[in-house]
Design a binder for this molecule. Structure first.
Ligand code: FAD
Ligand code: SF4
Length: 465
């Protein structure tokens, strides 16, 4: 008898909004085994599995789902790890709704398989078991690789090259590894214990990690190249943009980077147990509409703000944040001020921010990004009270590495120029990938770039031996 098609997604239980807004614990609680197997049981195991086409690292999705149906979770996690070194992270933060789940055949009727949730289930199952399988490793091949940055791009290169027999060393500027996964994405979306576990796993493959090591200052890439056979630059895009409007120097105006770093990396949310003071403003306005903006606005509420606003110049349809995260923010009480552009900040005599002057916008024709462009409505200026502003409108790469590496080509926005398929830069023996090349993007795209670069490094360096 043909299998009855079940279009009903099994949603992952979440903390209730009124509870979660008072804590930093993870919002989505995780599938029970029963729920995971029910959800996996909906998969049609299509001959031509469209979901796979939407996965940037080509995970064999129906195969790992089949393992869940069979209750063979060890085989499922092994299958996942053939192509994805960070399933616990990707299962939580990848925009599946634009990738694998968008392509899932069941999505045609609105009920695509919760692929990310199932990925997370397997990764969490492995973590709870407390035993991580290490794939077969090649013997050391005598070659040394240096990696700049320990974000998802750098970790992926480290993982892949260590398995191929390279002696890998990561140099990380901050005092903790993980890149944005550690300093940017808040605990309530991605618990730091998970990132730590992934970093420890890579170290267990023999990868050395030097923290507080700023390449370009502590040591240049050219000096590193005297000791190493090749360098991968995965330094991310950590330089925040500001609005360039009057008043941005008032106290109480933060970049999202600073705000989230204080809270996550420096554990400001656990003051006084941790010694990082954070201002507790009453009324916060976050400028921007992406994931970074949502994370900032939700963090502000958890830190005790009475009001937390997203001030965004386009409409809800154009929000670049994941739909799920915007929905979570709305449920938690974040106020969305759409079609609103801040034009000036004002403050008191002590230099503290007090008000934001804004103008209302309407949408015109689509611009180069394909989204309708916002146009100011004359005479619609108004003021809103705020004692903190968090600017979350984007980032570009820090110029330190290009400035200290002669001959390394950079693009208009300061990004390192590298070939998409290989990560090769304008300099021999230097590869690059992730946000430092593309500008702020996604975890999975950084991992994909790391994987392609590792392949190219192996082909070039080992091939030339
Ligand atoms: P990064 O993660 O930025 O790591 C780069 C590392 O290099 C950092 O640790 C940095 O300290 C280090 N470094 C920099 N310069 C040097 C130097 N000179 N010497 C040594 N080390 C150096 N993506 C998603 O897919 N889903 C999400 O939900 C999501 N949410 C996000 C929320 C926030 C708040 C932010 C900021 C980003 C979010 N992203 C999300 C984007 C995603 O995290 C990034 O695209 C991804 O982390 C990029 O990886 P990367 O390895 O290229 O760089
Ligand atoms: Fe399963 Fe959907 Fe992929 Fe088909 S397209 S194999 S139903 S996840």
């Amino acid at each position: 008898m043909a299998k009855q098609i079940d279009y009903e997604r099994r949603h992952m239980p979440k903390q209730e909004p009124f509870e979660r807004v008072k804590n930093f614990d993870e919002v989505a609680i995780g599938y029970t085994e029963e729920l995971a197997r029910e959800e996996a049981g909906r998969c049609l195991h299509c001959k031509k599995s469209l979901c796979r086409e939407g996965c940037p690292v080509g995970i064999n999705i129906p195969a790992f789902i089949e393992c869940i149906v069979a209750g063979d979770y060890a085989a499922g996690i092994k299958k996942l790890k053939e192509t994805n070194a960070l399933p616990a992270v990707c299962g939580r933060v990848c925009p599946q709704e634009e990738q694998c789940e968008l392509h899932c055949i069941l999505g045609k009727k609105g009920g695509s398989i919760c692929i990310g949730r199932l990925e997370r289930f397997l990764a969490d199952w492995e973590a709870a078991r407390g035993k991580t399988e290490t794939p077969a490793m090649a013997a050391l091949n005598g070659m040394k690789i240096a990696i700049v940055g320990s974000g998802p791009a750098g970790i992926t290169v480290a993982n892949d090259l260590a398995l191929l027999g390279y002696a890998v060393t990561i140099f990380e500027a901050l005092h903790e590894a993980g890149g944005v996964l550690t300093y940017g994405i808040p605990e309530f979306r991605l618990p730091k214990a998970i990132v730590k576990r992934e970093v420890e796993y890579v170290k267990s493959l023999g990868v050395k990690l030097y923290l507080d090591y700023i390449v370009g200052k502590t040591r240049t890439i050219d000096s590193i190249l005297q000791e190493f056979d090749g360098v991968f630059v995965g330094a991310g895009a950590g330089l925040p943009w500001f609005m360039d409007i009057p008043g941005e120097n008032f106290n109480g105006v933060y970049s999202a980077n600073e705000y989230l770093t204080r809270c996550n990396l420096m554990k400001g949310y656990r003051f006084p147990a941790y010694d990082t003071p954070m201002k507790r403003p009453r009324c916060v306005a976050v400028f921007g509409g992406g994931n970074v903006a949502m994370d900032s606005a939700r963090t502000a509420l958890r830190l005790g703000a009475d009001e937390s606003h997203i001030v965004y110049r386009r409409s809800k349809e154009e929000l670049p944040a994941r739909a799920e995260e915007a929905e979570n923010a709305e449920e938690e009480g974040v106020i969305f001020d759409y079609l609103t552009l801040p034009v000036r900040l004002t403050g008191d005599e002590q230099g503290w921010l007090t008000e934001i002057e804004c103008i209302k916008m309407e949408l015109g024709e689509p611009d180069a990004s394909g989204r309708r462009s916002p146009i100011p409505i004359k005479g619609s200026e108004f003021k809103m009270k705020a004692d903190a502003v968090i600017v979350a409108i984007g980032n570009s790469p820090n110029p330190l590495i290009p400035m200290s590496t002669p001959g390394l080509a950079v693009g208009k926005k300061g990004n390192i120029v590298a070939e998409e398929e290989t990560g090769k830069t304008s300099r021999e023996r230097i590869w690059a990938g992730g946000d430092v090349v593309t500008g702020a993007a996604t975890v999975i795209s950084a991992m994909g770039a790391g994987r392609r670069a590792a392949k190219s490094m192996h082909a070039t360096l080992f091939g030339s031996k």
